[in-house]
Design a protein around this ligand. Structure first.
Ligand code: ADP
Ligand code: MG
Length: 371
């Protein structure tokens, strides 16, 4: 027997960011402190099937991305209250059994939008990162911006459209969506990531087609004022006080119109990064302060990467989006920003797990009824 903390690393998932997750999880598994943690690799395939993967095979294989072994035993998450729960085999044989904490290294819808978090809540297991509420509202670009704006954080003007309204009368919906905005505008599905379905619209007669495409990915789409923007990101780690990293800047290459899917994943020269971002000290302070405010306004736990636009014309920052489970490869921005701010990758992982266990303990200590 071991008295190490049993950490199930959950990866893959049913989103378009499945492949990114395989890379993030490869890094997480490689860097977890094995003197403290026993690692249990659990994959979710694109059909939603959970499988228990063999750690020694993963380690022997190496490489930048995990693979899901066809014959890895299928497992399910069983609630623990009052009995032996945890990760149990679906078809006989053995499973990992009880785990102390789950580290969801998953990105995108059905992964970091509160759904997996809800399942983990029902199973009464501790997990890394934000809870159901913060995960869900952070995933929804419309609700996230509303909450940020309510907290006094500037957001670019936008309209949210439903697919229903668009289907009823596309021309009228498009006309309403451009009210008060000037070209260019950005059209984006409300709950996606990786720039999937995002369009930069430079002529009003192209708006309807952009909306039609974006509505293939979501039932709610934003039409947002285009900003002549520098793209500034900040990493936040929970603590008292919050640990807010130095900001970084992403510079999409000039041959990309914006930070598109191609620039992010397909073009090796798609973007360069400045870490720290080349900001005036007052700007650096301002954006770090806004990131801390956004983390609090959205009631995040554990970690988040907060993305801003710095308006080249007006000079102000706009909150763009918040990622509650940001990319986690060793070269991803979140861990790199933390590293540059004094938190090395393995220490970051340990800290996140400790935070998850602490949050679970506190929530479990709450009374459930008036006794
Ligand atoms: N309002 C905007 N002004 C300027 N650029 C934008 C705007 N909205 C989106 N973009 C560009 O599109 C990219 C993807 O949009 P974003 O809202 O971050 O969605 P995703 O969740 O897919 O990353 C941004 O990184 C930026 O390059
Ligand atoms: Mg983005």
């Amino acid at each position: 027997m071991t008295d190490k903390i049993r950490v199930a690393v959950l990866y893959g998932g049913r989103s378009g960011e499945h492949e990114v997750s395989l890379q993030s999880a490869a890094s997480v598994i490689r860097h977890l402190d094995r003197t403290r943690f026993e690692v249990i690799p659990v994959s979710i395939d694109k059909a939603g099937r959970w499988q228990w993967n063999d750690l020694s095979l993963i380690e022997a294989r190496g490489g930048p991305a995990l693979a899901i072994a066809e014959d890895a035993p299928e497992i399910r998450l069983a609630p623990r209250p009052g009995g032996e729960g945890g990760l149990l085999p679906v078809a006989g044989g053995s499973g990992p059994g009880a785990v102390d904490v789950v580290f969801p290294v998953l990105h995108g819808p059905l992964c970091e939008d509160g759904t997996v978090q809800g399942l983990l809540e029902l199973a009464e297991v501790a997990y890394v990162g934000s809870g159901v509420l913060a995960s869900a509202v952070s995933m929804d670009k419309d609700i996230a911006k509303r909450l940020a704006a309510l907290a006094g954080i500037p957001v670019a003007p936008y309209h949210a459209l439903t697919r229903q309204a668009f289907a009823r009368d596309p021309a009228a919906a498009a006309a309403r969506a451009r009210e008060g905005l000037t070209l260019p505008v950005f059209v984006k599905p409300c709950n996606m990531g990786s720039s999937v379905g995002v369009h930069k619209v430079k002529a009003w007669d192209a708006l309807e087609a952009a909306l039609a495409d974006a509505f293939q990915y979501d039932l709610k789409v934003l039409v947002e004022q285009g900003i002549d923007a520098r793209e500034i990101e900040v990493a936040v780690l929970e603590g008292e006080p919050l640990h807010v990293s130095l900001a970084s800047e992403l510079n999409p290459s000039p041959h990309h119109d914006f930070y598109s899917y191609e620039a992010k994943y397909l073009d090796p020269d798609g973007a360069t990064v400045d870490l720290p971002a080349r900001l005036e000290p007052a700007e650096m302070d301002r954006v770090r302060g806004l990131a801390a405010e956004a983390f609090a306004a959205l009631e995040c736990s554990g970690l988040a990467r907060v993305d801003f636009f710095l308006d080249r014309q007006g000079g102000g920052f706009f909150f763009n989006e918040i990622n509650t489970l940001p990319g986690f490869t060793a070269i991803s921005m979140y861990p790199k920003m933390m590293e540059a701010s004094g938190v090395p990758y393995p220490a970051l992982l340990s800290r996140l797990i400790d935070l998850a266990l602490e949050r679970h303990r506190l929530r479990h200590g709450l009374k459930r009824e008036r006794l």
